[in-house]
Structure formats: C-alpha cells, structure tokens
Design a protein around this ligand. Structure first.
Ligand code: ZN
Length: 223
C-alpha cells in the first residue's frame, strides 16, 4: 500500500486487496508508517468493525507499528484510518509533559499506552470542555473543539477483552478524537472555525492554559 502521497494510485486493485494483505504490505516497509492527510477519502470512510480480519499475530505487529508511528510523529493517539487502514482500531498514549497550571486547567494527566478496538463513546453528564487540539492528519494547524468533559468508552482491547471505562480530562478528549476518526469524522468538523490557528500562531499567542483570551480576540464562543 503506502499510497497516501500518490493520488494516481487511488482506487487501484491494491486498494481493494484484503485488509490483511494491505497491512502486510504496509508493515513490510518497516519503521514509522506513512500518515494519511486530510482530503484522502480513507479518513472519511472510517473503519469497519474489527472481527479478526488480521489474525492475532498480524494484529500485534500492526498495533506495534501504530505505536511506533504515534511516538515518532509525535502524537498522543493514532487511528488505523490515519495510516490508510479502514479498521476500527486506535492506539493512545500521553506522557503529558506539561506545566502544572496546564495540567490542572486541561486535566492533562499521563495516559499509559492503550489499544482501543471497536471503541464507542457516550457523554457522561452535560459538562463540556473547550481547548485547542490538533491532528496528525491535519498538519500545521490547531483549533478549539468543545467536547464532552467526561465520556464512557466501551469496546475491546487488542486481546478481545471487554473495555468499559469512564474517561475525563485530556484522556476523554483523546478517546473522543480517535474514536471519531473511526467514524470518518475529523476534529475540524467539530471545531470553532474562527479559532483555527497555525502551530506558530498558537505558540505565539494562545499557549495559555485555557482558550478564553483566544475566544475574545478571534471572536468565537466557548461553552
Ligand atoms: Zn486525528
């Protein structure tokens, strides 16, 4: 596979090969996987439920490749469609190397490495939290997204064990962002578009723990 940067090859027989074959091809190249970026239809198709399509050994190798790719980026989450694989699988991990005031304001606490298979989330309560976030598939930009402050996540882990857990703070944001990828949704679909900023502009103007000043200056609403 590895066609995300080569639009000329979209829709070839390669594209329709069984998923296991495509993942084998992807892993054969070794190292971090190439990232698919906004505009590629695979990001809008989302993923089909994982039901053993890869088999245990290939799934383990694929998950490891996702971890390597996420860390190399670096990112705090990565969904299979972001490497061109339409399966409902994502990895998350956040060492959260942030100052104390940011940790407190955003609830950004360390999140150990996890694999999410067929995840589904639902809000717990009505509280919303709005912060700048970005996406490895939309390089160079960030925008403010209001999301449920707390969610209940169900699904499985990479061993097929049932997952049923409540997340809050930054980990809740991460699991919503990654699960959305599996539904073909990008964070931009949920963003305050007037908040859109380059990484450089965020670093220059909007690195405060909360986006209140950005909301006043750029003209968007917060929950
Ligand atoms: Zn993303």
């Amino acid at each position: 596979m590895g066609v995300p940067c080569d639009p000329g090859r979209m829709g070839t027989a390669n594209d329709r090969a069984p998923l296991a074959e495509r993942v084998e091809q992807l892993l054969a190249e070794g190292g971090p996987l190439p990232l698919v970026t906004a505009g590629d239809p695979v990001l809008r198709r989302g993923g089909e439920p994982y039901d053993g399509q890869l088999g245990p050994a290939l799934l383990a190798r694929f998950v490891e490749a996702l971890r390597v790719t996420m860390r190399a980026a670096p990112g705090v989450g990565l969904a299979a469609p972001q490497v061109g694989v339409g399966l409902r699988i994502a990895v998350i991990e956040d060492p959260a190397p942030v100052p104390e005031e940011v940790r407190v304001a955003r609830g950004r606490v360390p999140l150990p490495f996890r694999v999410l298979v067929n995840p589904v989330y639902e809000p717990v309560g009505t509280a919303r939290a709005a912060f700048y976030e970005g996406c490895l598939s939309v390089p160079g930009y960030q925008a403010v997204v209001a999301r449920a402050a707390e969610v209940r996540l169900t699904g499985q882990d990479e061993h097929g064990r049932a997952l049923d857990e409540v997340f809050h703070g930054w980990p809740a944001r991460i699991v919503q962002h990654e699960t959305d990828h599996l539904d073909g949704t990008l964070y931009l679909d949920r963003a305050e578009t007037r908040s859109l900023a380059t990484h450089q502009a965020v670093a220059e103007h909007w690195s405060q723990p909360t986006p209140e000043r950005a909301a006043r200056s750029l003209g968007f609403d917060l929950p």
